[in-house]
Design a protein around this ligand. Sequence first.
Ligand SMILES: NC(=O)c1ccc[n+]([C@@H]2O[C@H](COP(=O)([O-])OP(=O)(O)OC[C@H]3O[C@@H](n4cnc5c(N)ncnc54)[C@H](OP(=O)(O)O)[C@@H]3O)[C@@H](O)[C@H]2O)c1
Length: 369
Amino acid sequence: MRIGLLGFGVVGRGVYDIVASKPDIEVVKVCCLEEVSLPDAVVTKDFNDILTDDTIDTVVEAMGGVHPAYEFVRAAMEAGKHIVTSNKALVASCYDELLPLAKEKGLKFRCTAAVGGGIGWLSEVERSRRVQTIYQVGGIMNGTCNYILDNMTRLGLDYNDVLKEAQALGYAEANPSTDVDGIDTWHKVILSSNIAFGVSLNRDQVPVAGISAISAADVENFKAHGYVCKLISTGKHLDGKYSVYVHPTLVKSNALEANVPMNYNLITLVGDTSGRMSFYGQGAGRYPTAYNVVQDLVDLLEGRGFYSTYGESVDVDNSEALTWYVRGSWPGAADETWGDAVIVKNVSVDEMHAWRKENPGVFIAAIAE
Ligand SMILES: NC(=O)c1ccc[n+]([C@@H]2O[C@H](COP(=O)([O-])OP(=O)(O)OC[C@H]3O[C@@H](n4cnc5c(N)ncnc54)[C@H](OP(=O)(O)O)[C@@H]3O)[C@@H](O)[C@H]2O)c1
């Protein structure tokens, strides 16, 4: 297998290092913007050097972002090259274009590292689907948010102080919005649901609320009532309906999710045969993530293509009614008061997210049953 590697950052460099010990996989060219010198591969700033090299059969995309990753991956596929990517923003956003194209061209397309970093989550979803119907996926999918919430819970610190510390330690980006506003988790639950249920979700109908409005007083409130807050994604396929959403969620302090520390992930599937299965591990990092990229390359060598057949576009129905913790001027009746927040019951996911959108600065969290 002869590889053109796009991106030589955290993940790309890790892939290069691991592949060095695999005789049947060779990184032939590396495309990146910074100056690097490599003994075994040609380094270029021009993607066309990879595109026009007919000896390259597989492109590994580890650049990130939707553009120009989408244009590069699409062009590589048009040129007949297989794709392995760690880029969840790309796959979740362009699922409807990339998957049918892979099918049309008879190409292999894998993206295991896009969800859960080093956890073999998507590849296990694939195996699981062979023998059962999966009806729920989701969980803690973002290490940055978990790091912030865990430190706020354990140390009683303010959101902004923990965020600064996470940035200093490299757990959070200088611009943390993609993580703390839940967008990263949103990409991951959309991709996981598409693969688990064999559909293409209407992304615009999947609501997301992040953690950036949480305060130390909220966390004290949760503790006083025996709860811990986590950013949790949910994708369900029940009774012919798809309900998919991302928001902070209060779990009982003895729940598995409540005890996930630092920047770890805990991702769960529920199937009609297996019941609940949860996957725990490092959701990011150079070698954990590159490990799953290389696993995909080995899968390609063994002839395994995409996880599930591409399914038609489906609508999302988030009419499910939940119980919520709300800090902000909730217009309806409250069922309980917790400090300066209220508990409201029987409010649908759609209604709560729509209200939050109109009232930036409020904090909402669903309370898990
Ligand atoms: N880091 C993780 O732990 C992790 C875990 C799971 C998934 N992922 C995903 O993996 C992907 C890569 O993440 P990363 O952390 O490795 O990112 P990164 O460290 O920022 O590396 C990105 C690399 O791509 C290069 N690049 C960006 N735009 C380019 C362009 N137009 N042409 C050529 N090269 C370009 C960058 O060059 P410059 O440095 O010169 O800009 C850099 O070498 C992302 O989609 C991310 O979401 C990452």
